[in-house]
Ligand binder design. Structure first.
Ligand code: PEP
Ligand code: MG
Length: 591
């Protein structure tokens, strides 16, 4: 199909949520899985053993297919991501599941398809009804497993007729779909449902495929096969049948983005310092060891946030002390000579295991340090692993979701006890390992002076801080436009926290998503932030802004920003500066 051939169709523009950066311009491929049939068939008693053998064979075939997907994933993105598929293999190997299906075939004298359908559907509907975002996302994995087994029973394969270089449009994609599509060089993805924290979103970012979620309107219904579409993975905009003018505009943006990436690579070896020599640190937020090579690629000066709970969630269980030690050692060796910040497991909110307790308000519930203090064995084994790993490179331990000073003191007591334990056992550790906290609950930001006396560093978590200051759920698309870190109340708390940290002589960084927002860079810098910790791909962009103004200029912007009455006027102040610096403005895709 020719690019200019939009068959006289009218251009339509939709707003979604960008989940993976970049621009894709290509014809659409509508992907829908034909649902495998699972009608009930009555069996005679003598047919039952044969049916159970059929089930065994189908499970084996499904496992074989999944292991193949896992190995492609591993080759492309690393072993941590492959765990997602291993989790599906584990479902297939789970004796509780296998026994339940076999018992159903026997008791109901029915076919294997029906037994699989009923057994798994029951489980899936419980997960979907849980009202918990993480459980709902995991329900999709069970759904994928169910469809795979049904297809396998019917000896059908998921036929992907996709041509190369397309934008895939689907109601929902599994992480496995994305991995297989990447072999067809898919250029972009549009999904109707999902969340920015879903496995499919994580996979799209890891594979570098621009993607968005349609949110509230169904892309699958409005897009026709082969319609030209534009996916703007930054702003979440989707253009269907773009006019030639829009097409040109986006081609320019695409070219600018490639140029920006090229220019950014020229900045790689230059320090993050202002024109008058004020130096800050640009660090990385990472989750899995597969992301470690990006530290060198983007010249991150260490890890400002390692979300250790992600490994826990990917594996579906807590790692043993030895497993943690192996992982942390690998991280420290890849990060040295820079520091790596291990955040203690931050479960709760939207990060819970399928067996977790249902809470009416999970973000105001059993989260972060609260869970750790109630589950001392989990806490103890992680502190032991981090301390033992600390001999392999500069290590910092960070406490999540702190609200009260007592929580910090309790964790510090546990660290002190663990050090004695390790010394008695003759195990080495860095006795001066730094301990810090996430500042992400308003009570801590307000009392930052007190907290600064207890710890070695702060890291401001704007994702949670903003949701708690503004009473806006960070994961609810109905109020997504009200989640705004530029609100002066959020900015004043950030400034207050930075000042308090510096009054007490401690280091203060930011690891919330706001640190990666280029519009905020001038005034965060002017507030005196010591480190910006962001997904590695955003490092060059932030560095470029830091290198284009003086510290004095940044402080002046900050002064003006902090007296504004609302987010709109804050943006106006910042836009004025960017307006006077058109070259930078042109290079920023997020504006
Ligand atoms: C934050 O809340 O800003 C943060 C960085 O932590 P998380 O996004 O993991 O809750
Ligand atoms: Mg947080």
């Amino acid at each position: 199909m020719e690019e200019s051939d939009t068959s006289g169709k009218v251009e339509q523009i939709f707003q979604g949520i960008g989940i993976s950066p970049g621009f894709a311009i290509a014809p659409a491929y509508l992907f829908s899985r034909t649902k495998p049939l699972s009608l009930r068939k009555h069996l005679n008693p003598e047919e039952i053993p044969t049916e159970q053998t059929r089930l065994d064979e189908a499970l084996e075939r499904a496992k074989y297919e999944l292991k193949k997907v896992a190995s492609v994933a591993e080759e492309k993105i690393g072993s941590e991501s492959a765990h997602i598929f291993e989790a599906q293999v584990q479902i297939l190997e789970d004796p509780v599941f296998i026994n339940a299906v076999n018992a159903f075939i026997l008791n109901e004298a029915c076919n294997a398809e029906y037994a699989v359908q009923v057994t798994l559907e029951h489980h899936i509907s419980q997960m979907e009804a849980s009202g918990n975002a993480y459980l709902r996302e995991r329900a999709q994995e069970f759904q994928d497993v169910k469809d795979r087994v049904l297809r396998s029973l019917q000896q059908k394969r998921l036929i992907s007729k996709i041509q190369q270089h397309r934008v895939v449009v689907a109601q929902n994609l599994s992480a496995a779909d994305l991995v297989l599509f990447s072999k067809r060089q898919v250029l972009g993805c549009v999904m109707d449902i999902g969340g920015t924290t879903s496995h499919a979103s994580i996979m799209a970012r890891a594979l570098g495929v621009p993607a968005l979620i349609s949110v509230g309107w169904q892309a699958e219904r409005v897009i026709e096969e082969d319609d030209w579409v534009i996916v703007d993975g930054f702003s979440g905009i989707l253009v269907i049948n773009p006019s030639s003018e829009t097409m040109r505009e986006y081609r320019v943006k695409q070219a600018q983005y490639s140029k920006l990436l090229e220019q950014q690579s020229e900045l790689k070896d230059l320090p993050a310092e202002t024109l008058d020599g004020h130096r800050v640190h640009l660090r990385a937020n990472i989750e899995f060891s597969a992301e470690l090579p990006q530290l060198v690629e983007y010249r991150a000066e260490g890890i400002g946030l390692l979300r250790t709970e992600m490994t826990y969630l990917a594996q579906g269980r807590a790692l043993t002390e030895e497993e943690q030690l192996t992982f942390y050692k690998e991280v420290l060796e890849a990060t040295a000579p820079f520091v790596a910040t291990f955040r203690l497991i931050d479960l709760g909110g939207d990060k819970v295991l399928p067996l977790g307790k249902h809470e009416p308000n999970p973000f105001l519930g059993w989260r972060g340090v609260r869970i750790l203090l109630d589950r001392q064995s989990l806490l103890r084994s992680q502190i032991r692993a981090i301390l033992r790993a600390s001999v392999y490179g500069p290590t910092r331990l960070m406490i999540p979701m702190v609200t009260n000073i007592g929580e910090v003191r309790a964790i510090k007591r546990m660290i002190a006890r663990t050090k004695i334990e390790l010394a008695v056992e003759g195990k080495a550790f860095d006795s001066k390992m730094q301990v810090g906290i996430m500042v992400e609950v308003p009570s801590v930001a307000l009392m930052a002076d007190l907290f600064a006396e207890e710890v070695d560093f702060f890291s401001i978590g704007t994702n949670d801080l903003t949701q708690y200051v503004l009473a806006v759920d960070r994961g609810n698309d109905l109020v997504a436009n009200r989640f705004d870190e530029m609100h002066p109340a959020v900015l004043q708390l950030i400034a207050h926290t930075i000042q308090a940290a510096h009054r007490k002589g401690i280091f203060v960084g930011m690891c919330g998503e706001f640190a990666a927002n280029p519009l905020a860079t001038p005034f965060l810098l002017g507030m005196g932030l010591d480190a910006f910790s962001v997904s590695p791909v955003f490092i060059p962009q932030i560095k470029r802004i830091i290198r284009s103004l003086t510290y004095q200029e940044a402080k002046e912007i900050t002064e003006r920003v902090l007296i504004q009455q609302d987010a709109r006027s804050v943006r106006k102040v910042v836009s004025e500066w960017f307006g006077q610096n058109q070259d930078i403005l042109a290079s920023l895709m997020k504006i």
